[in-house]
Design a protein around this ligand. Sequence first.
Ligand code: HEC
Ligand code: HEC
Ligand code: HEC
Ligand code: HEC
Ligand code: HEC
Length: 192
Amino acid sequence: MSRLPRSFGIFVFALVVVAGLVIWTILPRTSNEGYIPEQPIPFSHKLHAGQYKMDCRYCHGSAYKSAHAGVPSLSTCMGCHTVVKTDSPWIQQIQKAYAEGKPIEWLRVHELPDHAHFNHKRHLAKGVTCQTCHGNVQEMDKVYQAQPLTMGWCLNCHRGFEAPKNVLKSTYPEQENPEGPVAPFSCNTCHY
Ligand code: HEC
Ligand code: HEC
Ligand code: HEC
Ligand code: HEC
Ligand code: HEC
């Protein structure tokens, strides 16, 4: 058997490069999945929401009442940290900022582009859990973006393709194996 011509090798190499470029081009570029910023104070959800079982509402109650979940003000922290772990330099930093009336500059983890609108209250009212979109935050020392949050990802649920069972069940209570859209998916639902 004769050896393959050298040009064949070059051809295969070129094919691999082109295929790689095509895959790279079609992958969603806007997704920040996995993004994990270094926060100014190492606040741990694993400790507060996991080990001490604090309810998400204690600090993010606005999520149930408005479009935004918000991040708690220092007065929420001071409810405990006027007395808890006051020998920690981090807690002393929080106390100092509180006394001076300065907020902690938490870095945003999840953020959609300005042209896309989101609403927390509407999702929570239909039984979509925080963990569906944010992952198991109660197990995270540092919060990271666990889901793609791309348009395709949003639509997969709205159109019912990957909607949670409880959301499908409440949308189609009369069906035995409920299926179908669970939320509107026309462009102006999210872009306006
Ligand atoms: C003791 C208060 C407290 C509790 C309880 C708490 N959080 Fe937080 N959460 C914070 C603070 C402070 C931040 C900002 C710092 C950070 O991102 O770690 C934050 C940030 C977040 C973020 C990232 C926000 C962004 O910038 O995109 C998510 C998501 C989140 N929390 C979800 C949850 C969920 C889900 C629960 C319940 C399982 C929960 N939190 C319980 C205080 C709390
Ligand atoms: C319900 C009470 C409670 C609230 C509210 C609370 N914490 Fe804590 N926090 C604790 C407890 C308990 C510990 C663990 C103390 C220990 O290790 O002995 C802790 C530990 C910490 C630590 C680790 C300190 C160290 O050096 O080990 C940080 C940082 C912290 N909290 C920040 C915050 C921030 C920021 C907020 C507000 C967003 C907050 N906490 C709200 C109870 C609370
Ligand atoms: C259907 C998906 C979804 C659910 C359910 C959801 N979130 Fe979010 N969350 C998002 C998206 C998307 C953003 C970014 C919003 C933006 O940039 O406008 C976000 C942003 C946040 C932020 C940053 C601050 C803010 O208000 O934008 C926090 C904190 C947060 N979520 C906490 C929670 C908590 C706590 C729950 C449950 C009570 C929850 N989220 C449920 C998708 C979700
Ligand atoms: C796990 C399922 C799920 C995911 C993921 C999801 N949604 Fe939704 N969405 C729903 C449900 C259920 C409703 C409530 C529909 C209703 O109230 O009838 C809703 C409602 C909405 C509404 C309000 C619609 C109206 O009638 O005004 C907006 C806006 C929205 N979603 C945007 C988004 C965006 C943007 C994302 C992605 C970042 C997203 N959603 C991800 C399930 C989801
Ligand atoms: C359920 C919410 C939702 C609906 C419905 C929706 N979008 Fe989007 N769209 C998003 C989100 C979130 C983003 C930002 C994330 C991304 O680029 O994937 C986005 C991004 C976009 C972008 C920018 C893409 C880029 O690369 O930056 C365009 C253009 C767009 N949408 C057009 C549309 C059109 C046209 C429709 C109707 C056929 C539509 N969208 C319906 C949520 C939605």
